[in-house]
Design a protein around this ligand. Sequence first.
Ligand SMILES: CC/C=C\C/C=C\C/C=C\C/C=C\C=C\C(=O)SCCNC(=O)CCNC(=O)[C@H](O)C(C)(C)COP(=O)(O)OP(=O)(O)OC[C@H]1O[C@@H](n2cnc3c(N)ncnc32)[C@H](O)[C@@H]1OP(=O)(O)O
Ligand SMILES: NC(=O)C1=CN([C@@H]2O[C@H](COP(=O)(O)OP(=O)(O)OC[C@H]3O[C@@H](n4cnc5c(N)ncnc54)[C@H](OP(=O)(O)O)[C@@H]3O)[C@@H](O)[C@H]2O)C=CC1
Length: 333
Amino acid sequence: MAARVLGRAGRLAAVVRSSAVRLQLRLHGSAGLRFGSQASFFPPLGDAMLPSGSFNNHVALITGGGTGLGRAMTATLSQLGAQCIIASRKLDILQRTAEEISSQTGNKVHAVQCDVRDPQAVSQCVDQMEALTGLPDVIINNAAGNFVCPSERLSPNAWKTITDIVLNGTAFVTLELGKRLIQNQKGASFLAITTIYAESGSGFVVPSASAKAGVEALYKSLAAEWGRYGHRFNIIQPGPIRTKGAFSRLDPTGAFEKATIDRIPTGRLGTPAEIANLAAYVSSNYASWMSGAVIRFDGGEYVSLAGEFNELRSVTPDQWKILEAMIRNTKGS
Ligand SMILES: CC/C=C\C/C=C\C/C=C\C/C=C\C=C\C(=O)SCCNC(=O)CCNC(=O)[C@H](O)C(C)(C)COP(=O)(O)OP(=O)(O)OC[C@H]1O[C@@H](n2cnc3c(N)ncnc32)[C@H](O)[C@@H]1OP(=O)(O)O
Ligand SMILES: NC(=O)C1=CN([C@@H]2O[C@H](COP(=O)(O)OP(=O)(O)OC[C@H]3O[C@@H](n4cnc5c(N)ncnc54)[C@H](OP(=O)(O)O)[C@@H]3O)[C@@H](O)[C@H]2O)C=CC1
């Protein structure tokens, strides 16, 4: 009897061992489910989520509002009734965007040239804004600079350029407006756009990771300090959303796009309209109790990268039968 049981266990172990070799070969050959196919479960919606008029009589400043995600946020706020000011270095691009959005929504978008690295330029931009619209109710710090680069190739000026735009630029805009709003006893919503690797850090984008982490510390600190002046401070950490500015500097050949999508549990990139809806909600009076929040908006990419067993997604149900048998076979060992 004992010999029969031992014989059966031995045969099972042999089957399991040979199946395990086949399984290993197949895994190394990247067999299994294609993760990207899950996108059909998560179709993006493009229309504005908040009721129309949610930003009537509101003024919004969006840095970097001429392109990419900043442009999408400006379009949504403008559609919902806000008077917007968009600010960055390239006046021609800002003016084109402002005209296009104004003509679509019927609400004025103003273009103001400003390099956020220069505190004097920021102060002049706010002067111009005060003259055009008065002080803002909504401030979105969205302007940024970035490129992939091995850290050993970074010059001091490369480091300074990125950290000046991202951390110092956000601080200059926030402090200049904060002081004037406090003086005028006017409350406002401040939103900073960071990135998921502000939390984890990331190789090859080290100046950006360091500066975005600084922006998060700045906003969490001011959420605690300036609530007494009527100011809210929140952070959105986007995952990958296709924009010319980001993709041309972070994946110039397009070689990494498929791998990026494959690791996102919702199987696709985000869209500018989706983040614009979230930014509009966070900046609106519907979110008046939200301050100090850090909202990760990445289709699940961060947790997907973090969990050390997540690669087991590529194991098929048949392969699981084998793995389970192997694990159960360890009983008593
Ligand atoms: C594996 C991933 C695969 C796929 C994913 C794809 C995409 C997205 C996924 C996630 C995104 C997550 C986060 C995104 C964060 C972002 O911020 S994206 C937004 C990017 N947008 C921009 O950067 C727009 C603005 N950028 C610019 O204007 C320029 O690129 C700038 C360089 C940042 C600034 O221009 P400026 O004219 O002021 O500066 P320069 O004089 O040209 O350069 C200053 C110094 O930097 C050095 N430099 C410039 N480029 C590089 C480079 N590519 N590599 C190394 N060094 C560089 C330059 O030489 C200067 O230094 P110096 O020579 O010592 O003087
Ligand atoms: N797209 C993505 O996948 C992700 C984006 N993000 C973040 O989203 C935000 C928007 O990025 P995205 O739209 O993709 O990229 P863009 O390159 O389109 O946007 C960056 C904007 O910043 C402005 N800008 C750059 N330098 C300065 C400066 N010195 N002064 C003022 N404005 C400046 C640029 O305008 P100009 O050249 O006219 O100055 C541009 O409009 C950024 O904060 C980025 O870090 C975060 C994670 C993922």
